[in-house]
Design a protein around this ligand. Structure first.
Ligand code: AHG
Ligand code: MN
Ligand code: MN
Length: 343
């Protein structure tokens, strides 16, 4: 049998060049940006993979702006992404979960037209126990005429994202990406050191019998949330007439990755404990990029009432309730909340 070039796997580099040249979805700067983020994710994957041997487990002994204890890997991943992205000339500024304020591009480097916002290490509580963690990122355009982007420049609704993605550091390392035209998955070939395209146009099944939620918060939930989950738990004999299964990794990246692969609904609702904060997950670097990806894969994402991507952010680290995944379940859970609000 003769091998043909067309059967050869496509690298992320080739995929991006073709997106630029053939479909014109991206320009050279955005291509560079994605390549640089992917390279940084490879470095993070190496540190995650070395675990205790790399001396990267445990707490860094510091807190971030949100009062969360930073793990060594949170800090290291943040530094890797900053260092990789500062000098390429493709960015106007960066912002991250681990930094109080946006990080300007040092004056010695050229500036570009994009803003990058990221959760450098998602699922921090899983680092020390060898469970999948990830990196989430979102790309926005710097507003026209803004030379020194501050927090305000980042406060754009998710509909303005030009690209979003995540890396999941699991049994294999994967990069899942949208440039606003479907969702594509790449698997890291560790020998070659390249991300290879392993799935084009991922689609989320509209129906599912699997849900992901931290059930330990049930007593703090609002009534419509409790109603939705109680109906699922009632199984075959209940109003839904079917059995549902539950999964909760506690790394949003891993839970969303499962949903992209085999369907499901992921919920981090508002509850009495976190009501003052507005939710648990952060709008700009968790909810928005994941909602963009999920919508691009045919799924749905709301805050329980409205489409997440249309929320106009008020602050960089704003939190929101998140309902995302298989369309028909997200629609139902959202409907229960809307009905309760209009009573
Ligand atoms: P991060 O590690 O970036 O702070 O994010 C953790 C988030 C998210 O990944 C996950 O879905 C959720 O927190 C887990 O929350 P519980 O601790 O309530 O399970
Ligand atoms: Mn996170
Ligand atoms: Mn994080």
């Amino acid at each position: 049998m003769t091998a043909t070039t067309s059967s050869r796997p496509i690298s992320l580099t080739r995929f991006l060049i073709e997106e630029q040249r053939d479909t014109r979805h991206i320009n050279a700067d955005l291509r560079l940006l994605i390549e640089v983020v992917a390279r940084a994710c490879k470095r993070i994957a190496i540190s995650v993979g070395r675990g205790a041997l790399g001396g990267v487990l445990g707490s860094a002994g510091t807190e971030n702006v949100q009062g969360e204890v930073q793990k060594k890997l949170d800090v290291l991943s943040n530094e890797i992404l900053l260092e990789a992205n500062e000098w390429g000339g493709h960015l106007a500024a960066l912002a991250s979960e681990e930094m109080d304020d946006p990080h300007p591009i040092p004056h010695r480097y050229p500036k570009g037209e994009y803003l990058l916002v990221f959760d450098p290490l998602d699922g921090s509580s899983n680092i020390d126990v060898n469970i999948s963690v990830g990196t989430i990122f979102s790309v926005l355009r710097c507003p026209p005429g803004v030379k020194e982007p501050d927090e305000k420049a980042f406060l754009q609704p998710g509909t303005k994202q030009v690209a979003a993605g995540y890396a999941v550091y699991g049994s294999s390392t994967m990069l899942v990406l949208t440039l606003g035209d479907g969702v594509h998955a790449f698997t890291l070939d560790r020998e070659i050191g390249s991300f290879m395209l392993t799935q084009r146009n991922l689609r989320i099944a509209e129906d599912t019998r699997e849900f992901a939620i931290n059930m330990s918060n049930m007593r703090h939930w609002e009534a419509p949330m409790r109603r939705y989950i109680e109906e699922l738990l009632a199984g075959k004999g209940g109003p839904r007439g079917t059995d549902f299964n539950m999964r909760w990794v506690a790394s949003m990246v891993a839970d969303v990755h499962r949903i992209l692969t085999r369907g499901g609904i992921f919920i981090y609702p508002l509850d009495a404990k976190i009501k003052d904060k507005g939710g648990k997950l952060r709008l700009l670097y968790e909810a928005n990029p994941m909602s963009f990806i999920v919508e691009q894969a045919g799924g749905m994402a709301t805050d329980g009432h409205d489409r997440i991507l249309e929320i106009v952010p008020k602050s960089l680290h704003q939190r929101v309730p998140v309902f995302l995944g298989s369309k028909n379940e997200v629609e139902r859970a959202t409907r229960y909340h809307r009905e309760a609000a209009s009573e």
